[in-house]
Design a protein. Structure first.
Length: 318
């Protein structure tokens, strides 16, 4: 990270009074944790802050402090716009319509397109929340109990409980600081990674019943019909992909979820020797070497065949 750039960005943030903070569509724990962590820290300095997620705040994140403040659209004018955990502008959805280009682009995705005035991108960080838990105290932004809980949630969820291959001693140390500041590790772990609804468990059942394997690739799909059958309310995979990635003797796991707007959400997970972000980028998506995603337009079955073929070819997994 360029220290001058980092300094300049956070000095400007200190001077700003009206701040807009935004994260990505289909928000995950790091998107929400980073959004709330930064937003609440700015509010603790009496700044006027708007927190925006184009898709709104999913029910599963409503236990987090500050989640009730999240709105779907920004209203008014701002001194500064900060985008967290978004690898490109498309990931902000409709949140930046009628707003100028972002000032700070703070993210940990290697596929980041440097779309801001200050591009603070660290692909060695396990989560965007890790970057914030380092920078906020360093530049005089408070880590209150609420901020600590939001950021720790981002770290726990993006590392699946500190067990992904990109884990570092630094991430553990910063998490320890967040615990000291009041972060409830067991509670956040429970709510972020373990708790599941009955409907989600049945949805997993449907996905697992069509699980397929060819060589060292494994995949499953979930349709809108599947969601109706089990009354699962979301449009995601209820994190079934994390379970698929634990199945032995596979290098790559892929999940296909029909979206209902003509799109299919594709998620890839891989073992360390493979970089699935490259395959995701081929389909106009992005992510990390070991975890990537894309939204692909078309029919579920056709996309499935195409994505599996491309994944095999690009990763030489024949
Ligand atoms: P997931 O498969 O859990 O949605 O996402 C895995 C990783 O890929 C996350 O880091 C997420 O931010 C990224 N990702 C997922 N979908 C997209 C997408 O459509 N575009 C981009 N650029 N990244 C994505
Ligand atoms: Mn994210």
């Amino acid at each position: 990270m360029d220290e001058t750039l980092l300094n300049d960005a956070f000095q400007e943030l200190h001077s700003a009074q009206r701040v807009l903070v935004i994260s990505h569509i289909r928000p995950d724990g790091d998107a929400v944790g980073s959004l709330l962590g930064l937003g609440l820290s700015l509010q603790a300095l009496n700044k006027e802050v708007q927190l925006v997620l184009s898709d709104g705040i999913p029910v599963i994140f409503r236990h987090l402090p500050g989640s009730e403040q999240v709105q779907k659209q920004a209203n008014g004018e701002f001194d500064m716009i900060v985008v967290v955990d978004c690898s490109d502008m498309k990931r902000t959805g409709d949140a930046l319509i009628n707003q100028p280009l972002p000032d700070i682009n703070l993210d940990h995705h290697p596929t980041n397109t440097d779309f801001g005035k200050y591009n603070l991108v660290d692909s060695n960080a396990v989560a965007t929340a890790e970057m914030l838990s380092e920078y906020l105290p360093r530049f005089g932004f408070p880590i209150t109990t609420k901020v600590a809980n939001a950021l720790l949630f981002g770290m726990i969820t993006d590392t699946l409980g500190f067990r992904t291959f990109n884990m570092t001693p630094k991430a553990l140390e910063l998490s320890a600081r967040l615990m000291e500041a009041g972060g409830d590790l067991p509670g956040l772990y429970q709510r972020g990674l373990l708790n599941r609804t009955y409907e989600a468990a049945r949805y997993w059942g449907v996905g697992l019943s069509n699980l397929e394997r060819e060589g060292r690739i494994i995949w499953a799909s979930l349709s809108m019909e599947d969601r109706r059958t089990v009354k699962y309310p979301g449009r995601d995979d209820a994190d079934l992909i994390s379970f698929l990635s634990t199945i032995e003797d596979t290098d790559v796991a892929i999940m296909f979820v029909e979206q209902g707007n003509g799109n299919v959400k594709v998620s890839w997970r891989s073992q360390p020797a493979y970089d699935v972000s490259q395959v995701a980028m081929h389909f106009d998506g992005g992510g990390h070497a070991a975890a990537a995603g894309a939204s692909v337009k078309g029919d579920l079955k056709e996309i499935q065949d195409n994505v599996i073929a491309q994944t095999k070819t690009m990763l030489s997994l024949m």
